[in-house]
Ligand binder design. Structure first.
Ligand code: AGP
Length: 604
């Protein structure tokens, strides 16, 4: 939720910290701050609002030349949005300074104890408790004090800590929130919550694991548990907008390539099968599993819902899909014959990680579909498939979603061909998958048409999204996109469920987006269109090219190419992404950094 960064090296820390914070600004953007060592003294600057506010303050400050510093972008959890609550936080003697991503669950009781011992608090945050707790144990050696303090702490944290009295050192600690150390080829150290923030300076990366403490000094990196640096597989331009006004639009427009990336080298067209290198190690176990339980959050959850239909219809495997935040507190009946499939773009979503650990505890085989290489979830699962969608910077998940759907289709092929899926049906699916990148390219050409459509619908304050079977989850996803990008109220619903209540909402002021490709349930969806039409509700339909009849039933139609029913969600969701994007732009919203949200939700 928040983003933390750090730098220890010979260069000026401030410009490097700011570049990294810019790269992490989608993780939190209600306030920001940094602390740098300047000839033995510490200079701390904080500002409420976007990062530009802090940059403005820094430009107004005398030149900061120190080569050691920490930075932070905040997404408030404890304490309102204010300069006092912005990070870094310090102790009574302004010796210990730290930045934190996570939540300290027992901060209130620790604060009471520390107050009784005379500590003075300057903020309402949970984080500040840590700087005073470390102060309590500090006797000249920072990592020693950190180790003792953390023994009393419950919660989640990625921490970077410095001390005026034990200078030239950054101490790091991690428990469930992501924390990476970047190493440049000049022996400098960078610290970040996200690999994007390490480029272009770092060439090597160390992913910290839970319960690890690391000590960075000018000459050494010590992780208090053995670690091997890996190559940093990221291109700088991934984090660029490439001429688009927003990352969201850039990422929507990349989907033909990202769907191509998802299938490249993974289709065995002649065998009507898929080859997924990341599953080879559990190939035989996968043959034995009798059920799959998918867990995920938000957009990834909607992808899981589509996966449920695919796996049951084409692979014949009983499949459940659960919100990870519910699954982790439910009493799921799982055993060694079950597989848990966790889907996550960031690979750091706390609820999904916890649900996965819960299922592993019950003996389920752990699988993952993840976009961020080296993320916690990719290391927590026995096997999995990477999306290869590249960095997704826009808070609204778009290219990762269509990539997740494509990977779920590949997984369905892989497991189906281990079971009763015929080579002929398998070949049909592989052929359609091969055509998908070009079909996506065709849908992306609808951008200007959809932009015009938004002009027509921009003043409505409520929308209903409906769909059936494979496109019921797409109705949920379309509604989520409109809500999170344009703050317009929208409800996603199963079309067949409307007459059981929601139909009461419909009148001429309540437009409905109907996802109605020509599929096995098309006729049923048409009857739902008739129900809305009878109540004078305006209707926009996502329909299959060649379906002229639907024009007589609805106000506006967006046509998408024909494909296999199980793949229609990949095409039908893109116009909904563009609709939400243009609605957000026309309503003046910050589409890349929607209010109150953050890219990866690393706390419960
Ligand atoms: C989607 O646009 C949102 N950003 C959010 O719902 C997201 O899908 C959810 O937080 C899950 O994130 P993950 O895929 O990184 O686990």
């Amino acid at each position: 939720m928040c983003g933390i960064v750090g730098y220890l090296g010979k260069q000026k820390a401030v410009p490097i910290l700011l570049t990294s914070l810019q790269r992490e600004s989608y993780r939190g953007y209600d306030s920001a701050g940094l602390v740098v060592f300047e000839s033995g003294q510490t200079v701390c600057l904080k500002a409420v609002g976007k990062l530009e506010k802090l940059e403005h303050k820094i430009n107004g400050h005398q030149r900061l030349t120190g080569g050691l510093g920490l930075g932070h972008v905040r997404w408030a959890t404890h304490g309102g949005v204010s300069e006092a609550n912005a990070h870094p936080h310090t102790d009574c003697r302004e010796n210990i300074w730290l930045v934190h991503n996570g939540i300290i669950e027992n901060y209130a009781e620790l604060k009471e104890i520390l107050k009784k011992e005379g500590h003075i608090f300057r903020s309402e945050t949970d984080t500040e408790v840590l700087s005073h707790l470390i102060e309590k144990f500090f006797q000249g050696n920072l990592e020693e004090a950190v180790r003792k303090a953390l023994r009393l702490v419950r919660g989640a944290y990625a921490l970077a800590i410095v001390s005026r009295e034990d200078p030239d050192k950054i101490v790091l600690a991690r428990l469930s929130s992501p924390l990476l150390i970047g190493i440049s080829d000049r022996g400098e150290y960078l610290v970040a919550s996200d690999a994007n923030a390490l480029i272009p300076h770092a060439k090597k990366v160390v992913n910290m694991d839970d319960n690890e403490i690391a000590v960075l000094t000018r000459h050494d990196l010590l992780v208090l548990k053995e670690k091997q640096p890996e190559n940093l597989e990221l291109e700088a331009e991934d984090a660029q907008k490439k001429g688009y006004p927003h990352f969201m639009l850039k990422e929507i427009m990349e989907q033909s390539d990202t769907v191509e990336n998802a299938i490249r080298g993974r289709l065995l067209v002649n065998h009507g099968a898929a080859q997924l290198g990341g599953l080879e190690s559990v190939k035989e176990k996968l043959r034995e599993i009798e059920m799959i339980n998918i867990v995920a959050c938000g957009t990834a959850f909607h992808a899981g819902m589509v996966g449920e239909y695919m796996l049951e219809e084409y692979a014949g495997i009983p499949t459940n899909v659960d919100l990870a935040s519910e699954f982790r507190y439910r009493k799921p009946i799982l055993d060694g014959k079950a597989a848990i499939l966790a889907i996550s773009q960031s690979g750091e979503t706390a609820d999904t990680l916890a649900a996965l650990k819960e299922a592993k505890r019950k003996g389920a085989l752990s699988l993952g579909i993840v976009n961020v290489v080296g993320s916690s979830l990719s290391r927590e699962t026995a096997a999995g498939v990477y999306n290869r969608a590249g960095a997704e910077i826009g808070v609204a998940s778009t290219k990762a979603f269509t990539s997740q759907l494509t990977i779920l289709a590949l997984l369905t092929l892989y497991l189906g061909r281990q079971r009763d899926l015929s080579v002929v049906m398998g070949q049909r699916v592989t052929k359609e998958l091969k055509l998908l990148p070009d079909l996506v390219k065709r849908v992306l050409t609808l951008d200007s048409q959809i932009k015009k459509l938004v002009e027509k619908y921009k003043d409505y304050d409520d929308f209903l999204y409906i769909g059936r079977k494979y496109n019921y989850p797409i109705a949920l996803e379309g509604a989520l996109k409109l809500k999170e990008i344009s703050y317009v109220h929208a409800e996603g619903y199963g079309a067949g469920e409307m007459k059981h209540g929601t139909l009461a909402l419909i009148d001429e002021n309540f437009p409905t987006m109907v996802i109605a490709p020509t599929d096995s349930v098309y006729e049923k969806t048409v009857s739902n269109i008739e129900e809305i039409k009878a109540r004078k509700g305006p209707i926009i339909a996502i329909a299959t090219e060649g379906n002229e009849a639907i024009k007589n039933l609805v106000q506006d139609v967006i046509y998408v190419p024909k494909t296999l029913e199980m793949l229609t969600p990949v095409l039908s969701v893109i116009p909904l992404q563009l609709f939400a994007y243009h609605m957000g732009v026309v309503r003046g919203c910050d589409v890349d950094k929607p209010r109150n949200l953050a890219k990866s939700v690393t706390v419960e």
